[in-house]
Ligand binder design. Structure first.
Ligand code: ADP
Length: 232
């Protein structure tokens, strides 16, 4: 199954794409994660991408495509993948179309996670990662128990570099201007999902919205449970 997750920053694309990877066996491919890894590794590409990321702007297509082309060409993507954070603009949608056409592949579904702006803001400004456990938490929404567990483990709550209020506002407006118009582009494949509620609730809605996963099974050697279990 080849799926694109669309949605504003903070809508929960990463969380849900990782859950779907665990359930269906198709790797989650996040351009944000690929870019952050390149920045952390200090590669020339990462150095060129960092300023745009810190400002909440889109990184240029050639840089993103260099990372994505390599990742999607890897063996574990041959039976399907879940794209998280790509495409983000009309030009990227065209580049994806060409990439898929060249390898005689097509998308099966585009999942759009929908959430009101006030909730997006709280999710993003409150988002923290526990330095001890790696767990993603939120100072507004995580339970006192979860927050205390992080403290007890000796963890610090770390905020992502681009989760400051100013950058968040810019990321949301870039989304409105460049990414939201893709909804019309993908009209035929689009599955709109209400992204409010707990991660479990949202995941159930996503599973119900996806097409049956029979003819789109991942490669035989891919990790993870059988995609036949998707709806079960
Ligand atoms: P979010 O969706 O929460 O903004 P991501 O991790 O997907 O977070 O992306 C973080 C940043 O990485 C973006 O603000 C942008 O600078 C860059 N980025 C990620 N994906 C793309 C992409 N497809 N094209 C251009 N830039 C991207």
């Amino acid at each position: 199954m080849r799926i694109v997750f669309l949605g504003a920053p903070g809508a929960g694309k990463g969380t849900q794409a990782r859950r779907l990877e665990a359930r269906g066996g198709w790797p989650q491919v996040s351009t944000g994660d690929l870019l952050r890894a390149a920045v952390a590794a200090g590669t020339p590409l990462g150095k060129r991408a960092k300023a745009a990321m810190d400002a909440g702007e889109l990184v240029s297509d050639p840089l993103v495509m260099a990372l994505l082309g390599e990742r999607l060409g890897a063996e574990d993507c041959s039976g399907g993948f879940i794209l998280d954070g790509f495409p983000r603009s009309a030009s990227q949608a065209l580049l994806l179309k060409e990439l898929l056409r060249a390898s005689r592949q097509r998308l099966d579904a585009v999942v759009m996670l929908e959430l009101p702006r006030e909730v997006l803001m709280k999710r993003l400004t409150g988002r923290r990662t526990c330095s001890a456990t790696g767990k993603l938490l939120n100072i507004y929404f995580s339970s006192a128990e979860e927050l205390n567990a992080s403290r007890a483990a000796g963890g610090e709550l770390i905020q992502r570099d681009d989760d400051t209020e100013e950058t968040i506002a810019n990321r949301l407006s870039v989304y409105e201007q460049q990414t939201r118009p893709l909804l019309a582009h993908y009209a035929g494949l689009l599955r709109r999902v209400d992204a409010a509620g707990t991660p479990d609730e949202v995941f159930e809605r996503i599973l119900r919205a996806l097409p049956p996963a029979d003819s789109t099974a991942p490669a035989a050697n891919s990790a993870g449970p059988s995609p036949g279990k998707l709806h079960g």
